[in-house]
Structure formats: C-alpha cells, structure tokens
Ligand binder design. Structure first.
Ligand SMILES: *Cc1c(COP(=O)(O)O)cnc(C)c1O
Length: 425
C-alpha cells in the first residue's frame, strides 16, 4: 500500500513559524475514523471495551479523543494511573495491567477502583497483603508457554516471555481467589506483538475462549471478560497489507458463537488494550535536513534523533519517510538518514532510496503515533520535542510543549548546582 503523509510541505512551512522542528504531529481525523471502525467491528459484543494502552502515547489530549468512542485506559505504572485519574477516569474505565508491580501502585489502582490484572500467581497473596482484601473483580494474565503460531507461521515466543500465569497456576489461582471472595474473573493474554494479519485476534480468542470454558467448568468461576490485550499491528512498510479490523472483529465473533455461546457464556465481555493500532499510523515525526556528509557513505543529518523516535535504533525498525514537497520525485538516491546522538545506531534509515535530499528539506517520518514520543529519553542531554495535533478543521493545537533545559535540569532543583545553571545560554 502506498504510504502518504497527512501533512504537506506548505502546511509544515506554516507550522514551523510557531513550532520549530523536530516535533510529533498527530492526525485527529485518522484517529477518529479508526476508533469508530474498531467500535463498529466489536459492536456485536454487548460489553466490548477498548482500554487504550497509555504507554503507547501518554498524551491526555489524544486519549480524550478516544474516550468519545467509549475507550478507557490500560495502565502499567503509577504515572499512567495518575494521568487517568487526572483525566477523570476511575473504576471500570481503568485496566491496570502491570508486572513486577510495586505495592503502592496496587494501592493506588485499588483506590481508583481500577480493574486489576495480575501478572503472576504470587501476586494474589501480594495484592491481598498490600490492600488488605481482594477486589470483587480480578483478572489474571495467561502465558501458555511454547511458541505462538498461526498456520505454521511462528508469530512470537511466549515461552520466553516474562509475563503471565502458566495454565496450572491459572486454575489454581482461580480456585484460591474464589475461596477468598472474588466473584468475577477476567482472563488476559498478549502472545504476539505488531501482528500484521487478521488471524491473530481470532486465533488468540479461540485459545482463551476454550480456556474460559474449562475454567468455568472446573472452578465454577464467573468469567466476566476476556481481554485480548494489544498486538494488532500496522503496516510500517509500504509492501505490507494493513489489517482489516472488521474482518478481525468478525473472526472473534465467530469464535465466540462457536465456543462461548454453546457453553452458556454469552454474557462474557470482550476487552482490548490496543496501543499501536489506535495511534501509530496517525503520527509523524517531522524533522528538517540540516547537514549532509559525503564520506564512506552518503549521510543526511536531521534535527531529530533517536530520543525522539527510538524504534529504528532499538529494533532496527523500518519507518517510512516522505520528503515533503518531493512526494512524486523518483527515489533514485541512497542515503543514511541520521540524528545527532553520539551513537552509531542513531539512524532513521539505512541505505534508503529517497528523492534527492537538500538542506532545508522537511521529512515526515511515518507511523510515530504510538511507541514514538513515548519511548523518548534524554541521552546526550537531548530534549524531548513538542507534540502537535492537526485538528479536523485544519488548525494545529499544541498538546505538549517541547522540553527546555530547565526541564532537563529540574531534578537538580534545590541542589547548589541548579543556581549556577545559565538558562539563557
Ligand atoms: C504494550 C501493551 C499493550 C499495547 O500493545 P500494542 O502493541 O501497542 O497494541 C497492551 N497491553 C499490555 C499489557 C501491554 O504491555
């Protein structure tokens, strides 16, 4: 599929008058269309709810758009819970799917009435000791071990993943929780990441639905929901076929009708915790070419770096690049597009065929709307960029300002060095 940027050179030339590059910009229209399509794809399930994985894009302005489509939040840490709390979410609008969870985070989640999704068998006792009781509704994360494959294609390796209860622990855990007064149960599993196939959710659903029937039969537990978690991917590469969320929703429905309904479990709610699928395609990192270097390779240096988008450096991930204003020019030049970190993995693209790049060109790096800004860090003392929202009416809203040196040095506040820093430098 051809990948087109949702901004043009003219738009960026206007925006940079107020907000200099680099910045992440998000497309409200795209976010809304996708959220609507997801909601429709699962409308057949009465209790369906998407809990947006906050870690993917922890920006309240963007999450508020999703809330209009009935989404809650999926949190994994104190600050993600704090953000949800500040946004006015509580109770069944928050899923707390954490692991190696500190005691005070369980306390806070319980105080908010969030649905707690336990990552491990020992956390049953840990939670009870920490908050003094077990909530009426509790969920457990499942890890079947082994390899997870679809039609002989290995998708991922749950047996090597740190998360979740084993099958035996799950049955044992349900029994214990039941004797301790838990009344409603959830099952959660995340067995493969960034799946670009319509088969992932339906295959996962079948596994979890069969498990749910057995759990109900053997333990008598009331299964309130099954959480398919995240993992629906996006086509980062132009040659990939995007997922069709309607086909995915229909595949899950068929499994539901075949497995849960005959077992008398037609009240089970389906939950999802999608992050990437909800936001990734609707974000661009916009950066400007500021240097060129002709040595053993042809380099183009840009004003963004891996702190703004870590995925290429960390995973060797492909992110498509559109050279704004040269959308129709032939890709007849080969470049490494590089950032300014003192790290040789700080490359947004390696040996990439692009139109001829000149200093001053603006690049839109695609699919940065999830696990983009969020993974940012401050290595080399680099500062995080602003986040902007391209609204449906074409206007641009600042939804997070860029960091300043003051932010970077804020943790020295109160120490003598702080007074000596020259913030006008
Ligand atoms: C990361 C994560 C998600 C979201 O994953 P995506 O790949 O962005 O869909 C959902 N649930 C949990 C528990 C996660 O850790």
């Amino acid at each position: 599929m051809e990948k087109k940027a949702f901004v043009t050179k003219e738009m960026i030339e206007e925006i940079v008058k107020t907000y200099p590059t680099p910045f992440h910009i998000y497309d409200e229209k795209g976010i809304r269309e996708n959220a609507r399509a997801l909601k429709e794809a699962f409308a057949w399930n009465k209790g369906y709810k998407e809990y947006f994985a906050v870690k993917a894009t922890p920006n309240p302005y963007l999450i508020n758009i999703l809330r209009e489509y009935g989404c809650g939040t999926d949190c994994s840490s104190l600050t993600e819970l704090m953000l949800s709390d500040a946004m006015g979410l509580s109770g069944e609008d928050i899923m707390f799917s954490s692991n190696e969870t500190p005691a005070h985070e369980f306390e806070y989640a319980a105080k908010l009435g969030a649905t707690i999704n336990l990552d491990d068998f020992t956390h049953i006792e840990f939670l009870e000791k920490t908050i003094g009781y077990l909530p009426k509704t509790l969920s457990c994360r499942y890890n079947p071990g082994g390899l997870f494959s679809i039609s002989n294609n290995i998708m991922d390796n749950p047996g090597d993943a740190k998360y979740g209860f084993t099958t035996e622990q799950l049955f044992e855990g349900y029994k214990i929780m039941k004797t301790k007064g838990v009344e409603h149960f959830g099952i959660h599993a995340f067995l493969a990441s960034n799946t670009v196939t319509n088969e992932y959710y339906p295959t996962l659903a079948r596994t979890l639905f069969q498990l749910a029937v057995k759990l109900k039969e053997e333990t008598g537990a009331h299964i309130k929901f099954i959480n398919l978690s995240g993992g629906i991917g996006i086509p980062y590469r132009p040659d990939q076929e995007p997922n069709d969320i309607r086909v995915i929703g229909e595949g899950v429905r068929q499994a539901y009708e075949e497995i849960l309904v005959p077992a008398g479990m037609d009240d089970v709610a389906i939950y999802t915790e999608l992050g990437r699928f909800m936001m990734a395609p609707y974000g661009h990192l916009v950066t400007q070419v500021i240097h060129e270097k002709h040595t053993h390779k042809e380099y183009k240096g840009v004003d963004a770096c891996a702190v703004n988008l870590m995925r290429p450096a960390m995973y060797g991930a492909y992110h498509h690049i559109t050279v704004l204003g040269k959308e129709n020019a032939p890709c007849d030049h080969k470049y490494d597009v590089v950032g300014s970190l003192c790290e040789n993995n700080d490359k947004f693209a390696i040996d990439r065929m692009l139109p001829e790049l000149e200093i001053g060109d603006y690049l839109a790096i695609h699919d940065t709307g999830a696990h983009g800004f969020a993974m940012g860090y401050n290595y080399n003392g680099k500062l995080k960029s602003a986040e902007l929202l391209l609204k449906e009416d074409g206007s641009v809203q600042l939804i997070r300002r860029a960091e300043t040196p003051k932010d970077y040095f804020a943790t020295f506040d109160g120490l003598d060095i702080y007074e000596k820093l020259d913030f006008n430098a």
